[in-house]
Write a protein that binds this ligand. Structure first.
Ligand code: AMP
Ligand code: ZN
Length: 465
């Protein structure tokens, strides 16, 4: 398995600490709002990575946090608390906000066939772990107290700028530009481990600590949860590229200070999804979510297919035109697979050949578009029986997770779908003929069957209730 490692800036052979076992940590969502489909691109890439490692035979121990405290509107120590902001926006408590958006996140994951990591831990459940780590870092001289907060002193870290490839001077420029320079820091790059002298005196989530009542910084959460569940040697740490600095940089500094040795060997980052205007964000332009895609009539797996068509290290630009093209290709592919003859007739001759080719695509720094091409190659191969094709595609779909094999039951759903589409057409004709009574009666008839029609500028879609 070869992977691009942000730490060394090259594609490297992957060798875990323990043979056959991968300890993998992925930063979880900040649950103050719905995830946008950009965030979910990162979780799709991490899901593919985990499933690929399993396909190659590794036992993957994967942990993810839920960020429900400490993440400010900047990725550093400035700005408002994202969770408090969410609570204020919706007139709910921070705990209610966290629960609601955690559930929403996992619903989106389910719709995109993203498997849940085996261990998922909310950051607010592990305060004792962070306190233990911070206490040791203070004792060992890596951290200091200033104006009530506890800071990490980056000059004590071994190679603070290795992951990001930045240097001290880059940071000085950044700091000059920021409005809120923290005078309590010894060095501009120092970061908060524990806030007590908070701008947010009425913070809902706060705990007692040896340094006063307060709450943890964002970065310590991931070091704490990862160390607690995966031990002091981590194999792979993932996230989106925006996490390289400062979040992951700071995680390395803290974890290595605490453990006293190198912590994680492979740092794997997914590139961003952009919209036509640039980087996607929750406050700018149309807020693209899985629910919105569903409302517009797309199967969320079309978006998964869209992501897999491009390499995880390339910026991907979202547009509905591009999604429509992928939608057509995806529906055509599934239809083709559905037509294959299911009579058992397995011919083993070329199975190894294709499975090895699939492993090669995985091993080539997770080449998902080659993985998809192999599905088409299998379908085209005249030397394979239909049953063997189904066998191979089902096997590849353990990683791709695109529901490529349509179950018998779903075939009846296809009949239902063509019926609904026919009734939508009938209703459109009725409307055109100004027969609104007929149009309404079609809508009601479908509603009685548990099918709700959704009208939009693009046309009519439906939702099964
Ligand atoms: P957050 O919920 O803000 O903590 O982000 C969750 C994940 O989404 C992180 O791994 C980010 O790096 C990633 N992310 C944020 N924006 C994008 C984007 N536009 N495209 C892909 N991943 C993103
Ligand atoms: Zn993290």
């Amino acid at each position: 398995m070869k992977l691009y490692n942000t730490l060394t800036k090259q594609v490297e052979e992957f060798v875990p600490h323990e043979e056959g076992v991968v300890r993998m940590y992925t930063c979880g969502p900040t649950v103050y709002h719905f995830a946008h489909i950009g965030n979910l691109r990162t979780y799709i890439f991490e899901d593919i990575l985990e499933k690929s490692l399993r396909y190659l035979g590794y036992d993957v121990k994967r942990v993810m946090n839920i960020t429900d405290v400490g993440h400010l509107t900047s990725d550093g120590d400035t700005g408002e608390d994202k969770m408090e902001k969410g609570a204020l926006r919706e007139g709910k408590t921070v705990y209610e906000i966290a629960q609601f958006y955690t559930d929403a996140f996992f619903n989106d994951c389910e719709a995109l066939n993203i498997k849940k990591p085996s261990i998922i831990e909310p950051a607010s459940h592990h305060i004792d772990t962070y306190i233990k780590m911070i206490t040791k870092m203070l004792e060992d001289g890596y951290a200091y107290i200033s104006s009530g907060n506890v800071y990490f002193d980056v000059t004590k870290a071994k190679d603070y700028y290795q992951l990001s490839g930045r240097n001290k001077d880059d940071l000085m420029v950044g700091v000059r530009d920021t409005v809120e320079e923290d005078k309590a820091k010894k060095n501009p790059a120092d970061f908060v481990l524990w806030f007590t002298d908070s701008k947010f005196k009425n913070q809902d989530m706060r705990w007692d600590s040896p340094w006063g009542i307060g709450y943890p910084g964002w970065h310590i959460e991931c070091s704490g949860i990862s160390g607690k569940y995966l031990g002091e040697y981590l194999d792979i740490h993932c996230g989106g590229v925006d996490n390289v600095f400062p979040h992951h940089t700071n995680e390395i500094a803290q974890s290595e200070a605490y453990f006293g040795h190198k912590w994680c060997n492979y740092w794997v980052h997914g590139e961003h999804l952009n919209d036509k205007t640039g980087k996607m964000s929750k406050s700018k332009g149309e807020f693209l979510t899985v629910s919105l895609l569903k409302e517009k009539g797309y199967d969320p797996l079309v978006y998964r297919y869209f992501c897999l068509g491009s390499h995880y290290r390339k910026v991907l630009t979202f547009s509905y035109e591009a999604l429509d093209q992928v939608n057509q290709a995806y529906q055509k592919l599934r239809k083709k697979i559905q037509k294959l003859d299911r009579t058992p007739n397995l011919k083993e001759g070329k199975i190894d050949f294709y499975q090895n080719a699939f492993k090669e695509a995985i091993s080539n720094d997770l080449n998902t578009s080659s993985m998809l091409t192999l599905v088409y190659d299998v379908l085209k191969d005249e030397e394979l029986t239909d049953f063997t094709k189904l066998y191979l595609i089902e096997d590849f779909d353990k990683v791709l997770s695109l529901n490529l094999i349509i179950e018998e039951e779903e075939e009846t759903n296809e009949e239902l779908e063509s019926y609904i589409l026919k009734r939508i057409e009938d209703r459109k004709n009725a409307k055109q003929n100004k027969n609104f009574e007929e149009a309404d009666s079609i809508r009601n008839e479908l509603l009685e069957k548990g099918i709700r029609l959704i009208d939009s500028r693009e046309g009519t879609t439906y939702e099964i209730l």
